[in-house]
Design a protein around this ligand. Sequence first.
Ligand code: GLA
Length: 724
Amino acid sequence: MHRVAALLLFSSLVPAQTIQYSEARKVWLINSAHSAYAMGIDAQGQLQHLYWGGPLWSIDDVPAAAERPEISSFDPHQMYENEEFPGWGGPRFYEPALKITRADGDRDLVLHYVSHEIHGDTLDITLNDIRDDIEAVLHYRSDAQTGILARSATIRNNTRQPITIESAQSATWYLPAGEGYRLSYLSGRWAAETQLNREPIQEGMKVLESRLGESGHNLNPWFSIDRDADEDHGAVWFGALAWSGNWRITVEQTPYRQVRLTGGFNTFDFAYVLKPGESLETPVFYGGFAQNGFGEASRLLASLERARIAPGGAAAPLRPVLYNSWEATEFNVSEEGQKELAAKAAKLGVELFVIDDGWFGKRNNDHAGLGDWTPNPQKFPHGLESLIDYVNSLGMDFGLWVEPEMVNPNSDLYRAHPDWVMNFPGRPRSELRNQLILNLARDDVRDHIFDVLDKLASAYKIKYFKWDMNRIFSEPGWPEAPVAEQKELWVKYVWNYYDILRRLREKHPGLSIESCSGGGGRVDLGVLRYVDEFWTSDNTEAFDRLRIQEGFSQAYAARFMSAWVTDVPNTNHRSTPLEYRFLVAMQGALGIGANLNKWTPEDVNLATKMIALYKQIRGAVQNGNLYRLLSPREHDVTANEYVSEHGDTAVLFAFRHSQQYSTPAPSIRLRGLEPHTLYRLESTDGKLLPNQTGLSGAYLMQNGVNLNLTDDYDSTLVVLHRQQ
Ligand code: GLA
């Protein structure tokens, strides 16, 4: 073989080194097939950011970190250098990554490079204050598949006096110097979560955050930034913070054309004391880069979540079809009533039967019972066993709703432990939905909650918990802790929440868990390490859902998106056909939340057919690649396509909202197919217009398919099978 050819063959077999370091120029380059990231040490010893964008092949391209001159006494060089992890000290007044106060009142912190270690796909860089032994170890883990970097920091106090941390951020990110950037983020409220916003980044600071104790309905800890991208084209920088408590991401454009993002623990009401020898670990802040638009950015993040973040990784089983009786019965649950619903659900093809709120304590409404996690003897005279056995005999698994962090003042638990609730002594305890929050930062409360859930999972054949949290924080007092440490509640609460989930999963490997907080109040990559799905929204109305789901899909994979079919008219008084409701919900992890006792034989027939169809396509939906073809924000047709992992199946969902003037639906151009391959198109409802049964990928992507969507809330699904 010719020598050059042999070398080329060899180099294509040897994976490129992910993390390189040039000793001569003091530059690191983290490279992957999708992105590259570089930083270096300047002559003063400061760690400077150097590059974030598409992949590079030569570390020599990356310029060494240079010192910059002072522009004026108002514009010192520290203000416009891209310091990778700036302490608050010297003349630095942009958002710092770390801010502290020493016991003697000294607040100056200037971080310089000390050492680094590279182990495979991880890089740790240690910085130290220029005078004191206060250390920040910056962690970088690169995912070879997606190029997404996981960044976090460990702050360590090696001095002899305590320090109080006032701001501990996970990472600061910089975009290439310039202007004209756009920020995308997700905002909303209860029953209207994950609405996508896009707006120009201008000078000043935009703050995305939660101060609510949980990641929150109002803003989700995710962002993306572009200049002129669309779904399929253009550079997109994106990221998500893995934290389920108070979080904050600031987006700054400085007068020096820097665009910088800083994210980590929210600085609001934050103080964390590090005694000598102690350390604090920040949450992980993921960041990635896509060359081909918002669609690719979402697919990269979704694939990281499935493979590297969620329990079970790529081998995790597909999500089952679930029935939840909440909207059918609310608090009015009984063994008999649940059995009746279970029998009906099983006939439809449901695989997991879940009882929601109302099964425990004196829980006949939302005024009592939270905290008392034993089956209500009037509702379940034979305990839960009889119902669970019955559900299992129908071939379904059994799941249970819990809200373990909460108490009603009218509960045995609160009467026994009023001090377990977060509170400021002598001041009112604000009730929301008639409930108070246990101070989960306390280890005795954490152990109690673990015991409650462990006992339930051990005593009964429970395969699934829906873990709910139905209010935001208030009066977050922790009177038993030393005054200087009381604000640590915000952080320790979340750590203990994670600890319970981790221990539960370890002890009960067959258990799956849904994170719910009155809908999507606790949807983030922090809790995703321990749960299998999220309850997307209490709003299950199908048309509203299209936008909620579009926003959700920017940041989270479809398999984590619980989506139910419920009855109409829904909470917003809208009625849509049952097929439409099914197709909307089939774009995630399908569940049924309707009152099956009210369904007609036609409803039952249609539902049985749709559930069977879902089981055929759910592999592509849950583990495939999503292409958002037409957005409900911009068109009278919404279309989404899911292409299976290996490309053998593609599923097109299309929804007509309100047609006007009898205008036909547009041709829908597909994505992600192989141009030279033939696809067989399968439609079960006749809405695929004729002569479109076998078409090439090239035609389908350039011309598209034509669908007969003529009515308001018309909908269809087309399955494409790759021909060999
Ligand atoms: C929250 C959940 C609902 C349901 C109720 C029960 O609102 O989001 O799905 O579980 O609580 O009280």
